[in-house]
Design a protein around this ligand. Structure first.
Ligand SMILES: [Zn+2]
Length: 141
């Protein structure tokens, strides 16, 4: 393994520990795929396929559970585009999304590029945590 590769693994193990997760083999394998190439959006299915191509023998259920553990620990953010499809986002900062419906792809929009001019009051006993906007795209005809 290249020196930069083992440093990346060391950093990832540290990142998992900081997030309160034990660096199991599965978490490290999936974490390398998720966090080593910039911000990205994945589904459990797409990451499962990627892991298989990288030679990791992981069930879809393991991938799904790991994505949810990463989300609960603050390493990922869940983006629900419609009822059927959940994306996991490695960019946990404040931002919004374009969603290209024809190719089912999410594209980041910087948080300050969308201005929200007024929101309803949160129901009693609740407060607004954040507002995420999904701007749906279709091919121009
Ligand atoms: Zn995003």
């Amino acid at each position: 393994m290249r020196a930069s590769g083992s440093k990346a693994v060391t950093d990832l193990v540290q990142r998992l520990r900081t997030a309160g997760l034990r660096p199991t083999r599965q978490r490290v394998a999936l974490g390398r795929l998720l966090f080593s190439s910039g911000d990205r959006h994945v589904t459990a299915e797409s990451l499962h396929l990627e892991a298989a191509k990288a030679g990791a023998q992981l069930s879809l259920a393991t991938v799904y559970n790991t994505l949810h553990q990463f989300t609960a620990s603050g390493l990922l953010r869940q983006v629900v585009v419609d009822g059927a499809k959940t994306y996991f986002d490695t960019n946990t900062g404040d931002h919004h999304h374009f969603y290209a419906e024809d190719c089912a792809t999410l594209i980041d929009i910087p948080g300050d590029a969308v201005v929200i001019d007024g929101l309803p009051k949160a129901p009693a006993g609740m407060e607004i945590e954040r507002v995420e906007v999904v701007v749906r795209l279709k091919p121009r005809v």
